[in-house]
Design a protein. Structure first.
Length: 117
């Protein structure tokens, strides 16, 4: 989503740059807009996103059972409040995790280098 954010962030910054800087600095307007959007999305997730397939009201009873069977087949469970050493080790040694980390770091570094932020 970093690329998509950069595209829409540019449009937002361009539009905000036409505001009156005496009233509120443009960078503050961007922080308020994007922060408000993040808060709004977070509230929507808390309200409408179910915490497990059991509580998903948009699924029929058969679909809930199928979702729970899929979770059971993967042996991951629907709720786990205990962090195990094997889980930490698996996350550290997973190549996909490191590819995501490197991709994020390189994209962020490139943006700072290219645009001076």
């Amino acid at each position: 989503m970093n690329g998509l954010t950069a595209v829409f962030g540019g449009f937002v910054a361009y539009g905000v740059s036409y505001g009156d800087p005496k009233v509120l600095a443009p960078y503050k307007v961007i922080y308020i807009l994007l922060g408000g959007l993040a808060i709004l999305v977070g509230i929507c997730v808390l309200i409408w996103l179910p915490d497990s397939p059991v509580h998903a009201q948009f699924l029929t009873k058969e679909e809930r059972i199928a979702a729970l069977e899929r979770v059971r087949d993967d042996q991951v469970g629907t709720e786990n409040k205990i962090l195990k050493k094997a889980q930490i080790w698996e996350a550290i040694t997973d190549i996909r995790t490191w590819l995501i980390v490197l991709s994020t770091l390189f994209c962020e570094r490139y943006t700072k280098f290219r645009f001076g932020r």
